[in-house]
Every structure is written in structure tokens, then in C-alpha cells.
Design a protein. Structure first.
Length: 113
């Protein structure tokens, strides 16, 4: 079972930026599509971003234009660049490989002044 380790979360003021990282335990070439999700307290887990093996990217309207997902095959990493953060972006962010049913442990992002 592939392991995913997220990092990069923290406390940031509204309007600030963070970059989350996801490190898989296996080669990223075997992952094909990878996704980021988030879950705020008392809410359902919400899809945030997708990147395919062909580098197609997809976002929900709630983050489009502010978040960017990318993958670095040389470093075997997937990233989520988050700009212009809002308090409603506060959540635990999870990396996911749908084809493998794999989830990371999550990293906390808190947007507050």
C-alpha cells in the first residue's frame, strides 16, 4: 500500500500563501491521477484539486484561480500552491491517489488574523 506524507501546513493571515507538499512512498510515475482534498471541522471532505498523468489540472470554483496543483517527477512530489487564502480555506488538507485508495494523514491549514 502506497504511503502519502503531506507537509507545509500552518497558520497564515488572510491573503497569504502556503505551499503544501505530498511525498508518495512509491514512484510518482505509477500514481497517474493525484488529488488534494480538504475537510473543515463539522463538514464533509471536499475535493480541491486534481492533476492527471498527462498534467491536466482541474479545480472546483471555490479555489479556481487561487490554488495550483503541480507535480515534480524528478523530486517525486506533488504540490498544492495556495494563494490569496481566505478564512474559509481553513481545513485539514489531504493528498489522495484514487486508483490506489491511498490517503495521507493530512496537514492543518489555518487562515486567521
Amino acid at each position: 500500500q502506497v504511503q502519502l506524507v503531506e507537509s507545509g501546513g500552518g497558520l497564515v493571515q488572510p491573503g497569504g500563501s502556503l505551499r503544501l507538499s505530498c511525498a508518495p512512498s512509491e514512484s510518482i510515475f505509477s500514481m497517474n491521477t493525484m488529488k488534494w482534498y480538504r475537510q473543515a471541522p463539522g463538514k464533509q471532505r471536499e475535493w480541491v484539486a486534481t492533476i492527471t498523468g498527462g498534467l491536466g489540472t482541474y479545480y472546483p470554483d471555490s479555489v479556481k484561480g487561487r490554488f495550483t496543483i503541480s507535480r515534480d517527477n524528478a523530486k517525486n512530489m506533488v504540490y498544492l500552491q495556495m494563494n490569496n487564502l481566505k478564512p474559509e480555506d481553513t481545513a485539514i488538507y489531504y493528498c489522495n491517489v484514487p486508483a490506489r485508495g491511498a490517503w495521507g494523514q493530512g496537514t492543518q491549514v489555518t487562515v486567521s488574523s
